[in-house]
Ligand binder design. Structure first.
Ligand code: IMP
Ligand code: MG
Length: 170
């Protein structure tokens, strides 16, 4: 498909099947809770669009853009470049993520969102790389656990390229 791609890690069919399973779990948990699905841009967009359409219960969506301040050891500090439009106080929030790597950005984001007193807040990630974790963080819903390998495709980039691959490759 692309010269720079060495091999396919997880196929389009595998991703689709796993999303259908995760969607069933989310539907069972959130059937009467009108959850707010929050996507952290940009890597999550492809997963978000597929997951959001797979979950057939009343629900809403919103997006954030956050980054960790680099070059400092300070914890609990994130740069919120785009905040939510939605008031999450008393809401059931599900953060959708493409991948959890160090977990630093996400753990800071969780702390930030918890201060707004949502009724609940859970994490659903399509990929998990636990070997790289630096913050004590585990997702509530995980698509695939993968080894410490850099992957591209299905929304994830290398220098902003490859996000449009329908599968994961390395
Ligand atoms: P962290 O968990 O705070 O380290 O940040 C995870 C973010 O790093 C993800 O949302 C991705 O944007 C990016 N990332 C981590 N691992 C990969 C990878 O294998 N390929 C592409 N992007 C990655
Ligand atoms: Mg991301």
């Amino acid at each position: 498909m692309h010269d720079a791609i060495e091999r396919v890690l997880i196929s389009e069919e595998q991703i689709k099947a796993r999303i259908a399973q995760l969607a069933q779990e989310l539907e069972a948990e959130y059937a009467n809770k009108n959850p707010l699905f929050v996507g952290l841009l940009k890597g999550v967009v492809v997963f978000f669009a597929d997951m959001f359409r797979a979950v057939q219960i009343p629900c809403e969506l919103d997006f954030m853009v956050v980054s960790s301040y680099s070059g400092t050891n300070t914890t609990g500090v994130i740069n919120v470049r785009k905040d939510l439009d939605t008031d999450i106080k008393g809401r059931h929030v599900v953060i959708l993520e493409d991948i959890i790597d160090s977990g630093l950005t996400l753990s800071h984001t969780l702390e930030f969102l918890r201060s707004r007193e949502p009724a609940s807040i859970k994490i659903c990630t399509l990929l998990d790389k636990p070997a790289r974790r630096k913050a004590p963080l585990s997702a509530d819903y995980i698509g695939f656990t993968i080894p410490d390998e850099f992957v591209v495709g299905y929304g994830m980039d290398f220098n902003e390229q490859f996000r449009n691959l329908p599968l994961w490759a390395s």
